[in-house]
Design a protein around this ligand. Sequence first.
Ligand SMILES: NC(=O)c1ccc[n+]([C@@H]2O[C@H](COP(=O)([O-])OP(=O)(O)OC[C@H]3O[C@@H](n4cnc5c(N)ncnc54)[C@H](OP(=O)(O)O)[C@@H]3O)[C@@H](O)[C@H]2O)c1
Length: 309
Amino acid sequence: MPEPRWTTRAMPSQAGRLAIITGATSGIGYEAALALAGAGAEVVLAARNAAKAEGAMASIRTRHPNARLAAYPLDTARLASVQAFGDRWRAEGRSIDILLLNAGIASVPRREETEDGFERQLGTNHLGHFALTGLLLPFLHRRPSSRIVPVASLAHRSGRIHFDDPQLHHAYGPQRAYRQSKLAMLMFGLELDRRLRAVGAPIRSIPVHPGVARTDVIRRGDRAGPIQRFAGHAIFSVLGQSAADGALPLLFAATAPEAEGGAYYGPDGAWELRGHPARADIAPQAQDRAAAERLWSLSETLTGMACTV
Ligand SMILES: NC(=O)c1ccc[n+]([C@@H]2O[C@H](COP(=O)([O-])OP(=O)(O)OC[C@H]3O[C@@H](n4cnc5c(N)ncnc54)[C@H](OP(=O)(O)O)[C@@H]3O)[C@@H](O)[C@H]2O)c1
């Protein structure tokens, strides 16, 4: 008998649990926040745009009037903001059950740098999350139900880490940069779980991808060129699933007792584009342990922040 397909109906009560979600103001992150709040979790929306965070919380409350929600400022593209989030959290000293590393951008047609001098997609999607994890790890409950969920992408399969030029000074391409950043998130998630196991920590790191979901990630109009906008819109309209379905692998990894640390989950449909959570394919370059350790060191050097397990 095949396992029944996982839906949010199978999600255990999240009452008494605290989830931090980066990028919860729209798309997949918003849907994850909605579902977790509906299941009783207290949800912290870590967001760079306060007005959008207020709007997201108001929207969640229309469905779940008693939802326990808070918005904390976080711009993953700014190390100063990541540090400020970490400082605030340390001052409050609260324990965390779920850390969803979801914020991301994709449509950066020409090379841009963050204020820290990082290529923008690498900085936003990976380095900010790496630093945030290092700051928040001490606050995760030491138990198997504690989850860190880095959001990667099918795009990792054609990516590589350009150790010779990680900031892509010499050969920038919007997809090249996105693939590198998402491969980095997957390698980080897998390496984090190996390190947690090595020290006997019960916390699980479980990277995921949402398949293809109809969200703002491609449609963020003014950032994408007209061809990219048209192609992105067409692909996502035809192939994409809803943002709520795209959030299922995140929710499974964050809450299902059977979700395994160090596994990678995505949709179970053809080519992993859509469907219900299942084990996903990991490209060979993402399984390269030496490269993962090198990426870890590189991320610590670039951010100047340790991620000590
Ligand atoms: N949709 C897909 O098919 C797909 C496929 C593979 C992977 N993914 C990944 O899924 C994740 C969620 O994307 P989505 O599809 O839901 O797109 P989305 O609707 O554009 O949501 C992206 C979220 O990330 C936030 N964000 C972007 N830059 C940020 C920053 N510097 N600091 C803090 N928050 C920031 C956005 O906040 P603002 O509202 O302030 O912009 C927004 O809440 C991303 O990591 C993406 O790479 C998506």
